[in-house]
Design a protein around this ligand. Structure first.
Ligand SMILES: Cc1cc2nc3c(=O)[nH]c(=O)nc-3n(C[C@H](O)[C@H](O)[C@H](O)COP(=O)(O)OP(=O)(O)OC[C@H]3O[C@@H](n4cnc5c(N)ncnc54)[C@H](O)[C@@H]3O)c2cc1C
Ligand SMILES: NC(=O)C1=CN([C@@H]2O[C@H](COP(=O)(O)OP(=O)(O)OC[C@H]3O[C@@H](n4cnc5c(N)ncnc54)[C@H](OP(=O)(O)O)[C@@H]3O)[C@@H](O)[C@H]2O)C=CC1
Ligand SMILES: O=C(O)C(=O)Cc1c[nH]c2ccccc12
Length: 407
């Protein structure tokens, strides 16, 4: 979709895009393109991978399900099919995204990794470069996500380790780890769910918990914990919401401190909003921790050829390491000369105002509020650009013939 004009410059295609350029064909890029289309604005999506939602298709494990109920994970304008379960599987989620794209006739340009993008003050346009093309537009929408690259921590000695070391983004199932002692570094949702999956293949996970962590049941008294939190937050201050959640969580799960999972001082929802740290929504790992099948270990001091030394002085032999150490944005690697993003590639302006930068630059999906944040950004961006689009197209009939600077 999207209208564009092509020129050839040496080996580089020069493409003038009428409408915004969107970088990334994940849920955020698709949602924004759909909302723009609904307002009559064409767009071009550049995607580095060979498919849409590559995070979900290529970089998540087989058993993954959404852990928020489906009504909190829908994109704008088109909901999930009625027959989907409350917590759709990743395959169902991907099939939803595929039908979403086809419903709005969204055809991303695949294998177009954006290597650099910058604002050209002379022409007033954004120039976006991929390996073989340069795309030019008045608007640039960053939709590359908070999970663009794996965080690979520099653990002393890890290069000496004889066994395999993988990040959760390349973990598919415990099948390859049958009967192994596995060190799982990290205890966020990925660390917990991978440890759970490993147990199902008779592996012995040792999960590193170096810090505090909030574990909440996915559901309380038949209602999703996230839904309860959202409902309470409409009426009460966050601190009170957190106190209610923790009271119920302690009642349902017991005191998690005893299992080595100490809770942070700040409550789960406040912590998520302030730091972005997601509470663990338990889907079964906690009971395996209690029964000793998942072993909780202290921070790692050093990795040896065949094991790990921990900060409490213990030492353990291990066969493989899985890094469940989270993800980071990649915006600083390709977006040049832009103060709007901090060094971690996140907007400096906090939610709910981080969607709009300056000079036609927008961001979608950097709210640390999952797919709900994506939906909220996408709607606002489309409205904002559509207003400008109508103005430009009603004011001047020659808006499409702006001279591009020769490169
Ligand atoms: C395991 C896991 C489970 C999750 N589960 C949930 C959940 O249940 N509910 C929820 O609300 N959220 C969940 N999230 C949060 C997740 O961030 C969102 O679900 C969603 O994927 C965000 O969409 P996005 O489009 O912003 O980013 P992504 O899905 O990461 O999409 C970004 C796209 O940009 C592309 N890209 C990156 N860099 C470039 C570049 N330089 N040039 C071109 N293209 C590029 C990528 O290939 C990718 O296709 C989960 C995250 C993870 C990791
Ligand atoms: N079913 C679902 O819907 C799932 C959703 N997700 C989502 O995906 C996103 C990413 O989750 P996840 O991959 O778990 O990442 P997170 O960033 O949430 O967690 C990373 C974990 O790694 C730890 N860590 C980082 N570096 C080190 C280190 N050097 N040594 C020891 N521990 C370290 C962190 O500890 P510390 O706190 O001390 O820094 C933290 O426990 C989240 O939003 C999550 O909710 C993930 C899996 C499943
Ligand atoms: O960001 C994520 O990974 C999510 O799963 C979605 C999410 C957004 N806000 C939350 C608060 C508590 C638990 C999960 C989420």
């Amino acid at each position: 979709m999207g209208s564009s004009q092509k020129h050839q410059h040496n080996d580089t295609n020069c493409v003038r895009v009428h409408g915004p350029i969107i970088v990334g064909a994940g849920p955020s890029g698709l949602a924004t393109s759909a909302c723009l289309a609904q307002q009559g604005v064409p767009s071009v999506i550049l995607e580095k991978s060979d498919c849409l939602a590559s995070l979900w298709q290529h970089r998540t494990y087989d058993r993954l399900k959404l852990h928020l109920p489906k009504q909190f994970c829908e994109l704008p304008l088109l909901g999930f099919p009625r027959n989907f379960p409350k917590y759709p599987t990743k395959r169902q989620f991907v099939s939803y995204l595929e039908s979403y794209a086809s419903h709005f006739s969204i055809r991303p340009r695949f294998n177009q990794a954006v290597r650099s993008a910058g604002y050209d003050a002379v022409s007033g346009f954004w120039r976006v470069e991929t390996l073989d093309s340069e795309y030019v537009s008045r608007w640039l929408i960053v939709a590359t996500g908070e999970n663009a690259e794996p965080v690979m921590p520099d653990i002393p000695g890890i290069n000496k380790f004889d066994g395999s070391v993988v990040h959760t983004s390349s973990y598919k199932s415990g099948f390859e780890f049958k009967n192994q002692r596995v060190l799982v570094v990290g205890c966020g949702n990925s660390g917990m769910e991978v440890s759970l999956d490993l147990c199902r293949y008779n592996a012995i996970p040792h999960m590193v918990v170096r810090n505090t962590v909030h574990v909440l049941p996915r559901e309380m008294f038949g209602f999703s914990t996230f839904g309860i939190a959202m409902a309470l937050a409409k009426w009460f201050p966050l601190k009170l919401v957190d106190r209610i959640l923790l009271l119920a969580a302690n009642f349902i799960l017991g005191n998690t401190d005893r299992t080595g999972l100490r809770r942070p001082k700040t409550g789960p929802i406040e912590l998520k909003n302030v730091t972005g740290k997601t509470p663990v929504l338990d889907v079964g790992a906690l009971s395996l921790i209690k029964s000793g099948k998942i072993k909780v270990v202290e921070g790692v001091k050093e990795i040896t050829r065949n094991g790990a030394k921990f900060v409490d002085g213990q030492e353990k032999e291990i066969d493989s390491i899985i890094l469940a150490t989270g993800y980071k944005s990649n915006v600083p690697t390709w977006l040049k000369g832009c103060e709007f993003f901090n060094k971690d590639g996140m907007p400096r302006t906090p939610f709910p105002n981080g969607w709009k930068a300056e000079k036609g630059l927008y961001t979608v999906g950097f709210t640390r509020r999952g797919l709900q944040g994506t939906a909220s950004d996408a709607v606002k961006i489309a409205k904002d650009i559509a207003q400008q689009w109508r103005l430009i197209n009603s004011n001047s009939c020659n808006s499409h013939v702006i001279q591009l600077k020769e490169t």
